[in-house]
Design a protein around this ligand. Structure first.
Ligand code: B12
Length: 479
């Protein structure tokens, strides 16, 4: 069933729970800043509401090298390329052994199992974990709750594919309640002997919401259609960071918020509050920041506080395309201004201190525009981060193409950017286009970034003799 009640009514007097972050099936997994922070907040909230026994089974916990193990799952043919889908994280057999400890008296028997499910295209591993729970607990199966981004963006899909009519499996869309969403993450759960290492970083969410509705983003649906930005107090955020610094040895903080800089005054206050405590920390915003909101005072404070790199959402240099993605607020002129300010504030280009996201793989996309954007970003910013477009349920672009997606018979796992869901669509527009063109585009962007000699990068738009000669050769060969 899909739960649509008021926060506390989800709690029915249980005292013990297992919290699971399932493994995932994908072609790649970015483990760097991927703590299951939603579930870690839920843990604190459960404790505050009387749960005595809690155990976290984070199947994606990283090792000493901050990596996650994986093994091959299947090969998927897409046009003229083959993509290897892997299973990342604990094999299900390992999870099974951990679950069994809770049936044979070694460890407490859980009243409930709370599962977090993140990307919509990862849903299959959540189903497999639920099947495993039924296998291990065939009788008196604990009540199962599933929350996170997937059940929020597509609760009906989750109900159909995860509960399969079983009322003891509860799909919980959304953030439960403000109290749960504002809870601090509980890192102490990683003291469990099942983990090889203790987290070296923490994820902090100081605000939720964004007034914009960029075509590829689902934040509006994630925030219940509410365009308002809600934030925690600067003191509460700084208290959480300080507690993590002192009690857990955390020195790195990643902020995950829908629009980090939107509330400038609040963010400045937060930085001041953190700095006042004199903690030596590094800060990151790997999700990217909105260039339009960058200004000198803010960025100077960010740098002083410990931001060493910034990721800017460029996406495209073509203002017309940006308008089509409902990104009227983001123009190339504002982006240029942001880069100029960032340089003045000491963020070096070409040293990965300044990075620009470039999105590609969208329906109807023109390759020329992507190449232009990539070369532009490489020249002006120095580091290009290619992002393959993923059609996210609940976003405008997804809704515009819902009929096409249905006609193709795609299920959510196929709507993974890395599996090129709009390949055939774009081939109707550009018959010579091949799947390998997307891989080449990605390789092209990566090449623009790398290959340094004596710390100098080759800049295609640069003023060097080599760059000029290169452009001359290209122009002649095109003629
Ligand atoms: C962190 C993040 C990333 C990180 C790490 C992702 C990872 N490996 O886990 C990075 C920067 C790498 C990233 C990359 C991408 N991301 Co991203 N990312 C996010 C972000 C900011 C947070 C996701 C997250 O972990 N949230 C934790 C959640 C679950 O916590 P929470 O909501 O605070 O938790 C509350 C509730 O959900 C609930 N809850 C949580 N768990 C549970 C469990 C139970 C049982 C219950 C009852 C309740 C409950 O209670 C909590 C407290 O209120 C979201 C945006 C957002 N606003 O959430 C996008 C988001 C998930 N990403 C998105 C996308 C599209 C991408 C990319 C595909 C972009 C691209 N084209 O490259 C890539 C691909 C990543 C990959 N590995 O495949 C999309 C959706 C993807 C999808 N299809 O589901 C989102 C929604 C943003 C958007 N644009 O719309 N991303």
């Amino acid at each position: 069933m899909i739960w649509r009640g008021e926060g506390k009514s989800l709690l029915i007097g249980a005292r013990s729970a297992l919290l699971i972050n399932p493994p995932i099936y994908d072609t790649q997994y970015w483990a760097r800043w991927s703590q299951p922070h939603g579930l870690l907040k839920v843990a604190t909230w459960l404790r505050n509401n009387g749960y005595k026994n809690l155990r976290l089974l984070d199947c994606l916990a990283t090792n000493e090298k901050r990596k996650v193990n994986y093994r091959r799952r299947q090969i998927v043919d897409r046009g003229n390329v083959r993509r290897q889908v892997n299973e990342y994280g604990w094999p299900l057999a390992k999870l099974k052994l951990e679950l069994i400890k809770h049936t044979n008296g070694d460890l407490f028997r859980p009243d409930e199992i709370w599962i977090t499910s993140i990307m919509t295209y990862w849903w299959e591993s959540t189903r497999d974990v639920i099947d495993l729970i039924h296998e291990v607990f065939p009788e008196n199966t604990p009540r199962i709750l599933v929350g996170g981004i997937y059940p929020t963006l597509h609760p009906e899909h989750a109900e159909e594919n995860l509960t399969r009519g079983n009322d003891r499996i509860v799909i919980v869309p959304g953030e439960i309640c403000v109290e749960a969403a504002n809870s601090w993450t509980d890192l102490s759960l990683y003291r469990d002997p099942v983990y090889e290492t203790y987290p070296k970083y923490a994820i902090i969410t100081g605000s939720r919401g964004c007034p914009f509705n960029c075509g590829y983003c689902a934040q509006l649906k994630l925030n219940n259609g509410n365009r308002q930005v809600r934030h925690r107090s600067a003191v509460d955020v700084a208290d959480e960071i300080e507690a993590k610094y002192r009690n857990h040895g955390i020195r790195e903080i990643a902020f995950y918020e829908d629009n980090l800089l939107f509330n400038r005054e609040e963010f400045l206050e937060r930085l001041e509050e953190i700095q006042r405590r004199g903690l030596k920390l590094e800060f990151y915003a790997p999700e990217g920041i909105e260039p339009r909101l960058i200004e000198k005072e803010l960025l100077t404070k960010m740098r002083q506080a410990g931001f060493q790199k910034i990721h800017l959402a460029l996406e495209t240099i073509d203002n017309e395309i940006a308008r089509n993605w409902n990104r009227r607020q983001a123009t190339i002129e504002k982006f240029d201004k942001a880069v100029e300010i960032a340089r003045e504030c000491g963020f070096k280009s070409g040293a990965e201190e300044l990075n620009a996201f470039v999105i590609f793989g969208l329906p109807g996309e023109n390759l020329q525009a992507v190449v232009n954007t990539a070369i532009y970003a490489s020249h002006h910013v120095g580091s290009v981060v290619p992002m393959l477009f993923t059609p996210v349920p609940g976003s405008l672009i997804y809704e515009q193409h819902e009929n096409y997606i249905r006609e193709q018979g795609f299920d959510l796992q196929q709507l993974n950017g890395k599996l090129l869901p709009f390949l055939e669509y774009n081939q109707m527009l550009y018959p010579d286009l091949e799947a390998s063109d997307y891989l080449e585009l990605e390789a092209f962007m990566m090449r623009l970034n790398s290959s340094k000699v004596y710390s100098k990068r080759f800049d295609i738009l640069g003023e060097s003799q080599v760059a000029e000669a290169f452009r001359g050769v290209l122009a002649r060969s095109i003629l």
